[in-house]
Design a protein around this ligand. Structure first.
Ligand code: ARG
Length: 584
């Protein structure tokens, strides 16, 4: 169900009948004030300007042709030529009935490509560096990416997750040398690597201070790159343990990534020489002071000097950039991507712009393949500076999530002194993790935001606890009413303004999902769910449901509305990877 699309088509038909060209944009939007109707079509103004005619007269003609019988109860002309559409309540009720039993909540399944072969979308997200522990910087990529992935899948697209983990590079030399020493001293790898952060620090201290260690580290790099078997075993051990750390975080965060989604930097290693050969053969890359470089004229600075993109170092080593070119090639050719989406922090924007230009030139990224680098801003502390520990260190993601659960536990215990410890732990888990995720996901993706425990765990305002609470309140209505939500005849009668507002909102889900998918902005879904929950709260105040003596049909309809709201909240939060509970 896409009301906007339906109305756009109807308005366009009327526009054409009024003499406007087929490609006129009806410019339909949701009205932001109820007295302007539910939707507005503002396209007449633009069309009139082009034709140099009077917009008001043109709009009058369009309205004469506009056939919204049964859909709208009123169509009005306003201002210089706005068309305001007030939808019919009976029609809205019928639309709700039509979707009441649809598990996709009226969101139609996408038919891009063919139905059997929906669009292939490669989503590159999370991608921590395995040399270290996951820190707060990886939170955003992981959860924003996962929300977009789930939204795409809900819409019917085929998603191929790619966890482009940083499992390669010179720093592994020092780590492997250090690990090898620990194993020599009979330590078990799992114990040695239990605290990756600490392990990295120790290795770095040795690298900087210990006589001969740096040389050994460099030796390991050469051996690793040369495919030395012993070294490969050591490396694999390291990587496996580090991946296990990441998996623990994924589990805590309720994100859908698994081991099968890992396609780390090392996986591209065998292809890198071929990438360079192709770039040289096509004369895209050139030799420059012993290195191989692409000069990108499209990104020249104001003095006309091209942007320099190094693809192979003078010693022969490859770079992050080379791997990303290779990834473009693999994703287009092997994964048959129609669209590639990459989530990293904004500091990598230039890199991905360069990658795209070079990959397109080289044919690694054919014209029809979309390439969206989706940058995001940083998490800041209360002081407005990058979020750090009190001593200025990076905050480990695992610790942050544990703290969220502890804090949620306090909040929940205060509200529900009767909860058993078991129940408390279960609820705190969902609320704490949900709070961190929602606080992040609800922010505009591209801006920095301030991380604040108090606001994110509040039961007021746009927070996970507020939404989870709204959900559990609906559940308690059903248990009070003794009605099974899954099995009751749903008849909708939309009468009160609060009911109408809810009906409209419920029918706008597809619109929101599409916006999330197109712009890669889960915050739009967060806003939507918050608005839905707020509308529910006002409805609950204004429209009694279980009051004594209430008309049975009114009660049924209100319960039906509650059921639809409950399903929508649950599904919406599920797309964000946030869990709900029956009682909290
Ligand atoms: N490992 C990188 C980092 O932590 C992110 C990788 C993103 N994906 C890519 N294709 N480069 O910054």
């Amino acid at each position: 169900m896409n009301i906007k699309q339906l109305l756009s088509e109807k308005v366009l038909t009327a526009m054409v009948q009024a003499g406007l060209p087929e490609d006129t944009n009806p410019a339909l939007s949701i009205s932001n004030r109820a007295n302007f109707g539910d939707y507005q079509a503002n396209g007449v103004m633009g069309a009139a300007k082009k034709l140099k005619t009077n917009p008001r007269e043109l709009a009058t003609k369009v309205v004469e042709h506009l056939n919204l019988d049964g859909i709208a109860e009123k169509v009005e002309l306003a201002g210089p030529g706005f068309i305001n559409i007030h939808l019919d309540k009976t029609w809205l009720a019928a639309q709700l009935s039509a979707i009441a039993n649809d598990e996709k909540l009226g969101v139609s399944q996408r038919t891009t490509g063919t139905e059997d072969n929906p669009q292939n979308v490669v989503v590159d997200y999370s991608a921590p560096n395995l040399a270290k522990e996951m820190h707060v910087g990886h939170l955003r990529s992981t959860i924003i990416g996962d929300a977009v992935v789930r939204a795409l899948e809900f819409r019917g697209d085929k998603v191929i997750r790619q966890n482009h983990m940083g499992d390669w590079g010179t720093q592994f030399g020092m780590l492997l040398a250090h690990l090898s020493d620990k194993l020599q001293a009979n330590e078990v790898a799992e114990t040695a690597l239990a605290d990756l952060e600490n392990f990295y620090r120790e290795a770095k201290v040795r690298f900087d201070n210990e006589e001969g260690f740096a040389d050994r580290a460099r030796d390991y790099v050469v051996k690793l790159q040369g495919g030395d078997a012993d070294c490969a075993v050591l490396w694999q051990q390291f990587i496996d343990i580090s991946i296990t750390h990441s998996e623990e975080i994924y589990h805590k965060l309720n994100v859908t990534l698994t081991r099968d989604d890992i396609m780390g930097e090392s996986a591209y290693n065998p292809d890198l020489p071929k990438v360079i050969d192709e770039l040289l053969a096509k004369k895209i890359a050139v030799e420059d002071q012993g290195a191989r470089v692409v000069f990108i004229d499209e990104m020249a600075n104001k003095d006309g000097e091209p942007s320099v993109f190094i693809v192979q170092k003078s010693g022969g080593g490859y770079l992050y950039a080379t791997t990303d070119l290779s990834a473009c090639r693999y994703r287009s050719n092997e994964l048959k991507a129609d669209r590639i989406i990459i989530f990293t922090d904004a500091r990598q924007a230039l890199h991905f712009k360069q990658v795209e230009i070079v990959a397109r030139k080289a044919g690694f990224l054919p014209e029809h393949v979309g390439y969206d680098h989706c940058p995001f801003g940083m998490m800041m502390g209360d002081d407005g500076k990058p979020f750090k520990t009190r001593t200025g260190g990076t905050i480990k993601l695992a610790e942050l999530l544990d703290e969220a659960v502890v804090r949620a536990k306090d909040v929940i215990a205060e509200k529900n002194p009767d909860y058993s410890d078991e129940k408390l732990t279960e609820v705190a888990q969902k609320v704490g993790i949900g709070a961190v995720k929602f606080a992040d996901l609800s922010k505009n993706r591209t801006s920095d935001y301030i991380f604040n425990w108090k606001t994110m765990l509040s039961f007021e305002g746009a927070t996970a606890p507020y939404l989870q609470y709204a959900y559990s309140r609906i559940q308690s209505i059903f248990s009070k009413a003794g009605v099974n939500q899954q099995q009751f005849e749903q008849h909708f009668a939309i009468v009160e303004p609060q009911e109408k507002a809810l009906a409209l909102k419920l029918l706008q889900l597809e619109d929101v999902i599409d916006a999330v998918i197109n712009e890669c902005t889960p915050n739009l879904l967060c806003n939507y769910l918050y608005e839905l929950a707020s509308l529910y709260m006002s409805f609950y105040e204004a429209c009694p449901i279980l009051k004594d003596g209430i008309d049975e049909q009114v009660k049924q309809s209100r319960l039906a509305l509650c059921a639809q709201i409950s399903k929508t909240l649950k599904q919406g939060l599920d797309i964000l990877g946030i869990e709900v509970m029956e009682r909290m």
